[in-house]
Design a binder for this molecule. Structure first.
Ligand code: SF4
Ligand code: SF4
Length: 91
């Protein structure tokens, strides 16, 4: 059985801009269960099952607050390595 991506949003870094919600191809209309929700002023992951691991959210997060990895979910752990943003993708 394929393991689900482990999506973590480090809330101490997140500035709640909502870019990940808007840019995720699995969020919004056309999906039954969006990956992200920004309801209540916080970004939360609603459904890891919907993630296609495109890494758009990781690349465009202005705060480098999102980490996605393949493997078993250990939601309580803070990852030791933060993602680097590709310089040619900074907007
Ligand atoms: S793109 Fe990053 S900083 Fe913006 S809401 Fe999403 S996790 Fe937070
Ligand atoms: S990796 Fe892609 S599909 Fe998965 S949460 Fe991020 S933007 Fe959405």
């Amino acid at each position: 059985m394929e393991e689900l991506p482990d999506i973590r949003i480090m809330r101490e870094r997140c500035v709640f801009c909502g870019d990940c919600v808007r840019l995720c191809p699995q969020s919004g209309e056309g999906t039954d269960r969006p990956v992200f929700s920004d309801s209540g002023g916080e970004v939360v992951v609603e459904s890891r099952e919907s993630c296609i691991a495109c890494f758009t959210c990781v690349e465009f997060c202005r705060a480098s607050a999102i980490v996605i990895s393949r493997g078993p979910s250990v939601q309580d752990d803070i990852p030791a390595v933060f993602p680097a943003r590709p310089f040619d993708r900074i907007v």
